[in-house]
Design a protein around this ligand. Structure first.
Ligand code: GTP
Ligand code: MG
Length: 396
């Protein structure tokens, strides 16, 4: 599916139907009186937030949406029917902004939300409405009231629980592929990822949504690389997962560049809880890992840094559990509702835990015995380390 996260559209609600001017004419009934009915109301423009969409691509092909005009009134006191509504289906996380993008008109954050954006015009009165003791044969009937029209911007800000940030080639897409069923494009050149990808990670009994966005480079806030346009998609994440490629020369500098871009973007991104991960540890010697961890810890004022290798799967579980703990804590602190996975994607649409290099089921079988333990455990420490060792042995 093609990805589009902003679109400008024209919407117009229906005009009201006109009232009728009519008189009752029947044989043997004199002075039948006025019987022109009122016009019907014009159709509304509604926005409906649906679960199974994650792009605004539909609005690239049609940009004008007009609701139906109300039906006219008729003789014999027949009131016109209401014009048909227009329902715009949008994905969860869509904001509707004015044409100048200054003001947010609506923010749809949960599937099933439905709002009326523009109301249809009222119908005009028929002449029956104007009869009175002094004017028994009014000939006045009104036209309907016009509907409203508006250009608006639709802006999608994906709702995920965890957002992946890092320089290009840090291994963000590889991590998404290792922790979820998403299959993003992965390659060893920068800017492989050109638009955000979502995946659902199932950790223990819980699931959460991970958003992978294009890499940031120095000066992204000024438009360098793909710019910081896609950072909007991690604005609503509870937790950021910051991946640093361990194989590059200066990991601390890489960390600082990305932090600076988060700060420049604003929107409270730099204040979000962040999990710092040293990636590609499979390609490093133990001493190099120690050194890189220390230098990252120093650069981040003593934050905990987790070593991981997305490609071989080592440490991915630990990172997922740590993420889940952070997300849960942040949700509880905010007194918030369900995880984005269930809210945004609808209950029951789950991914499942897929170990990295997913096909090695047979090899895994021996340590599958302790998998239930791992699922139940909230600690990330003891036995997992052993597993890592085993994995390494397997690799060797
Ligand atoms: N050795 C090693 N290589 C890795 C690891 N994770 C990713 N890579 C490699 O690093 C390269 C970039 O990985 P991606 O996952 O595409 O990186 P990305 O951060 O998504 O990059 P962009 O989408 O371009 O921003 C690929 O060639 C991966 O195979 C890892 O843990 N160890
Ligand atoms: Mg990528």
């Amino acid at each position: 599916m093609k990805f589009l996260d902003q679109a400008k559209i024209f919407i117009k609600s229906g005009d009201g139907g006109a009232g009728a001017c009519s008189f009752r004419r029947e044989k043997f009934i004199e002075f039948g009186g006025p019987d022109g009915g009122d016009g019907g109301r014009g159709g509304d423009v509604l926005v409906h937030c649906v679960a199974n969409l994650n792009t605004l691509i539909d609005y690239r092909y049609q940009q004008h949406f007009k609701a139906e005009t109300g039906h006219h009134g008729q003789g014999r006191n027949k009131t016109g029917g209401k014009g048909g509504d227009i329902v715009l289906k949008v994905p969860v996380g869509t904001q509707i902004l004015t044409a100048d993008r200054e003001e947010v008109l609506a923010d749809l954050t949960a599937a099933g939300q439905r709002i009326v954006l523009l109301k249809g015009g009222d119908g005009g009165f028929g002449n029956a409405h104007y009869k009175s003791s002094t004017n028994r044969a009014p000939r006045r009937a009104d036209a309907g009231w016009p509907g409203e029209e508006l250009w608006v911007w639709l802006r999608l800000k994906l709702i995920a629980d965890c957002g992946l940030v890092g320089l290009p080639n840090a291994g963000k897409s590889t991590f998404l592929a290792a922790s979820t069923r998403a299959r993003p494009k992965i390659a060893d050149y920068p800017f492989t990822t050109l638009h955000p990808n979502l995946g659902v990670a199932l950790v223990g009994e819980q699931e959460f949504v991970i958003a992978d966005i294009p890499g940031l480079i120095e000066g992204a806030h000024a438009g360098a690389g793909l710019g910081d346009r896609f950072l909007g998609h991690v604005e609503r994440c509870r937790v950021l997962l910051h991946l640093v490629d361990g194989t590059q020369e200066d990991v601390a500098e890489a960390y600082r560049v990305v932090r600076e871009e988060l700060l420049q973007y604003g929107g409270g991104l730099d204040a979000k809880p962040e999990l710092l991960v040293l990636n590609k540890c499979d390609a490093l010697t133990p001493e190099a890992i120690e050194a890189a961890l220390a230098s990252l810890a120093a650069a981040s004022n003593g934050a905990k840094v987790m070593p991981m290798s997305g490609a071989s799967g080592i440490g991915v579980r630990e990172v997922c559990f740590a993420l889940l703990a952070e997300i849960t804590a942040s949700r509880e602190a905010a007194g918030a509702g369900p995880l984005a996975a269930s809210a945004a994607l609808g209950a029951g649409k789950t991914g499942s835990w897929r170990p990295a290099l997913g096909d090695d089921d047979d090899e895994d079988d021996d340590d599958d015995t302790d998998e239930p333990e791992w699922v139940a455990a909230n600690g990330v420490d003891d036995d997992d380390e052993d597993e890592d060792d085993e994995d390494e042995e397997d690799d060797a």
